[in-house]
Unconditional design. Structure first.
Length: 409
């Protein structure tokens, strides 16, 4: 994320907290500041972390900047209600007319890892493993909300052995998942190599297209004498239910979408990377969305000030919401079909192996979630959710006070 990239050393999973629930324009482009409104705010969904071929990969330091107006760091174990705590506040603020950004958990399809309210520059972040977040500016910006204050420690210690065993098994399952994702990456590179090693791709023509695209997006715009901000996240994640993407919530409202279509290995990421470089060189803030499997690759770029997105439309995030005015650039038109067909059988087998390894990884991630859900069963009965709800209301009231202060400025 120009912000930092981080990889967690140990695996983890988000919390479902289903039983707990029963019991109880981004600062660049997500919306404008406003008081209670008659229409709900817009919801944008992203992933701040992902299960990748590199292991768990974290962009949690990109949810909000260190100098944000306020960051609430939510601490506590699995099943203690962190996701529900944040979701309720997000829903309340959305009902008041504020756009909200939901940071979804890549290891639990029903959980949140964070919430950001762009108009107020306020965030709530799950600060537990594997994405440990600690205050950088305590008091001035950051505040810890520790939901562990509301559990029965005696009852928790009575189940210490079972909790430790389940936690170890979750870690083991994630290690297996990451090994299979690394294998999937090897076979995907094999698919890509058939375009690159055989000379089937005409890079000269593709370079020309990149230059035309940059000219079309930026025209004669002057370079700005400012340091732009590049914010890095995931639009897609490899989850217990397979690959999930929320791309439409990110780009659907924008004025223009440039959809880069074509097979893996036809330099789509390179083309998108050149647009990213051009935006930064001209001083535009950008949002950079990385590949869910290979986080060093850029899949999508959003330039909020121009209302423009450049999208990599490929498995598993084909873009199927094309609107009038969108432009599709198909990189396959720069491929010599005669050359690529000569290697079709080999390439097809490599892709089959990629999908087999990918599916095996998803199986392990799904199994890890099942075991994590078992671990939650030791926490949920020992939580005082009424007290947690009181604390949630206190935090929401603090956020509303901050909203009033911001409006008064």
């Amino acid at each position: 994320m120009g912000g930092s990239k981080k990889r967690a050393r140990s695996a983890g999973t988000g919390t479902t907290e289903k039983r707990a629930r029963r019991k109880t324009k981004a600062k660049a482009g997500s919306g404008s500041l406003r008081p209670a409104a008659t229409r709900p705010g817009r919801v944008r969904k992203v992933f701040p972390g992902g299960n990748t071929a590199e292991g768990f990969y974290s962009f949690y330091d990109q949810i909000a900047r260190p100098d944000a107006n306020k960051i609430f760091v939510i601490k506590g174990g699995p099943g203690v209600g962190k996701s529900t705590f944040m979701r309720k506040i997000a829903e309340s603020m959305r009902d008041r007319g504020y756009d909200v950004e939901l940071h979804c958990c890549s290891s639990d399809n029903d959980s949140l890892d964070g919430v950001y309210i762009p108009a107020l520059d306020v965030a709530l972040i799950d600060g537990t493993a594997p994405h440990v977040v600690d205050p950088k500016n305590p008091g001035a910006v950051d505040e810890i909300v520790h939901l562990g204050d509301y559990w029965d420690e005696g009852a928790m210690r009575a189940n210490r052995r079972q909790i430790l065993e389940l936690n170890r098994e979750v870690g083991r399952l994630f290690r297996r998942a990451y090994a299979w994702l690394a294998a999937a990456r090897i076979f995907l590179h094999e698919v890509e190599s058939y375009y690159q090693d055989t000379g089937a791709l005409d890079r000269g023509k593709l370079n020309h297209v990149a230059g035309e695209l940059i000219e079309e997006i930026f025209g004669r715009a002057e370079c700005r004498r400012r340091t732009p901000r590049d914010r890095h996240l995931f639009a897609t994640a490899i989850t217990p239910e397979g690959p999930v993407n929320y791309l439409e919530t990110i780009v659907g409202h924008l004025d223009r979408r440039y959809i880069i279509a074509g097979d893996d290995g036809t330099e789509k990421n390179t083309l998108i990377g050149r647009v990213l470089d051009a935006a930064l060189m001209r001083g535009y803030d950008v949002e950079v969305f990385h590949c869910a499997l290979e986080p060093d690759k850029v899949d999508h770029v959003v330039i909020p000030e121009l209302g423009v997105a450049v999208i990599n439309a490929v498995e598993p995030h084909f873009y199927r919401h094309q609107q009038p005015g969108d432009r599709v650039i198909d990189t396959m038109q720069y491929v010599d079909t005669g050359i690529q067909e000569a290697y079709l059988g080999e390439r097809t087998r490599a892709r089959e192996m990629y999908r087999e390894a990918f599916d095996q990884a998803v199986w392990f991630i799904s199994k890890a979630k099942q075991v994590h859900d078992e671990m939650e069963e030791y926490y949920v009965p020992n939580m005082d959710f009424d007290k947690i709800e009181e604390r949630r209301r206190e935090v929401e009231a603090r956020i509303l006070e901050l909203a009033g202060e911001t409006l008064a400025q």
